[in-house]
Design a protein around this ligand. Structure first.
Ligand SMILES: *[C@@H]1O[C@H](CO)[C@@H](O)[C@H](O)[C@H]1NC(C)=O
Ligand SMILES: *[C@@H]1O[C@H](CO)[C@@H](O)[C@H](O)[C@H]1NC(C)=O
Length: 360
């Protein structure tokens, strides 16, 4: 590790607020009214706005992408407008081309492809063309464009949808710094998660993630987030931030992993059982209860999004023993909320167990 410490690149991106401002689009057109043999021209403006150009949500939940339109000056009678939503997936998912999500004219609407049956317009008030997606699926992130078509004219705004998730560090049961990129990717996937993007790790650092072991990110770099600079963690000379070793050799270099999960499709619970269990018995006990032993990502998601708090050490599917704490208290570990880990104890030892059941 020492030999590459001097390659350390210090990254701080403080410009993530770019989506924060509200924006609107408008155009002017001529509205032709045929009166008593005469023709009158009015200047009417169609305005399309979004109150929230950046939306983040948890996978498995429902989400509303805001889009409103109105006319200036206000119209005395409603016009026949068509609402169309498009979607451009994230570039990492090969998303260059816009795809149709839905089109609505009056009360009639039609949805397309993967969105069929999962999308509708909110229509909570005149001019409300907000898109409701329910439930949100794993590939739904990206840019959504709300287009209002009035006659030959159209106006649109864009809403960016991201997953709200939780980042967790992960190392192999064989020990620390033992996974190359491919193994790290697989390790996250086995925990119902994915390798973290830099943006996700940065957001986690902003929320206080402090971890002194470098882990792989989805882009093939190895990085780690530091809130409190310290000697054992790259030194005290550097400011807090996400520290990067830059791109590494995906086959030869070995680190831990940073995984990201955004899924609340199922329920995680601590199994009530009359006795403590070894690892084999733990897996069987969950099956007998109609579930299966929970994965690390599932426990993190339950802790973070459902407020799961349980002061009992329990087995997880990878052979680790952990427990989730939302409200720190005496005898329940450290002073901060988090998922405590006891690493990978010998499998004959007796513990509780966390199980998982799918809700749909
Ligand atoms: C959508 O989610 C909200 C909470 O965010 C919930 O109150 C509501 O019931 C959900 N609606 C549907 C249709 O699931
Ligand atoms: C757990 O206990 C069972 C007996 O209840 C035994 O058959 C099994 O081998 C034990 N597993 C481990 C990993 O020690």
């Amino acid at each position: 590790m020492r030999s590459i410490r001097h390659l350390l690149v210090f990254l701080m991106h403080l410009s993530l607020g770019t989506f924060a401002e509200r924006f609107s689009n408008g155009y002017y057109y001529q509205d032709i009214v045929n009166g008593n043999g005469g023709m009158y021209f009015h200047r009417i403006r169609l305005l399309v706005e979004s109150s929230q150009p950046l939306v983040s949500a948890v996978q498995g939940s429902n989400v509303t992408l805001p889009c409103h339109y109105r006319y200036e000056p206000e119209l005395s009678s409603p016009r026949r407008t068509r609402v169309k939503w498009f979607w451009q997936p994230e570039p990492v998912h090969g998303g260059l081309q816009e795809r149709d999500v839905m089109v609505a004219i009056g009360t009639r609407h039609r949805s397309y492809g993967d969105f069929k049956g999962r999308v509708r317009l909110r229509r909570s008030a005149p001019g409300d063309a907000s898109l409701v997606i329910n439930p949100l699926q794993s590939d739904d992130t990206g840019r959504y464009r709300c287009e209002i078509i009035d006659g030959l004219e159209d106006e649109s705004i864009t809403v960016h949808l991201k997953f709200r998730g939780v980042v967790f560090p992960y190392y192999s049961h064989r020990g620390r710094y033992l996974m190359n990129f491919h193994e790290a990717k697989e390790a996250c996937e086995q925990q119902d998660a994915h390798l973290t993007t830099f943006e996700q790790l940065f957001a986690a650092w902003e929320e206080g993630l402090d971890w002194c072991n470098a882990g792989w990110l989805a882009d093939g770099t190895a990085q780690y987030p530091v809130s409190v600079p310290r000697e054992a963690c790259g030194g005290t000379d550097l400011a807090p931030g996400v520290r990067s070793y830059g791109p590494r050799d995906k086959d030869l270099d070995r680190f831990d992993a940073f995984c990201f999960t955004s899924s609340i499709r199922g329920e995680v619970y601590f199994l009530q059982h009359h006795s403590k269990l070894n690892f084999t018995e733990a897996g069987e006990a969950c099956q007998n209860d109609g579930g299966r032993i929970a994965k690390v990502g599932q426990l993190y998601a339950a802790w973070r999004f459902v407020g799961f708090d349980q002061c009992d050490a329990g087995w997880l599917a990878d052979g680790s023993v952990r427990y989730p704490i939302v409200t720190p208290r005496i005898n329940c570990g450290l002073s901060e909320p988090g998922v405590r880990s006891f690493g990978f104890p010998p499998k004959h030892l007796k513990n509780g167990v966390y199980c998982y059941k799918v809700r749909w």
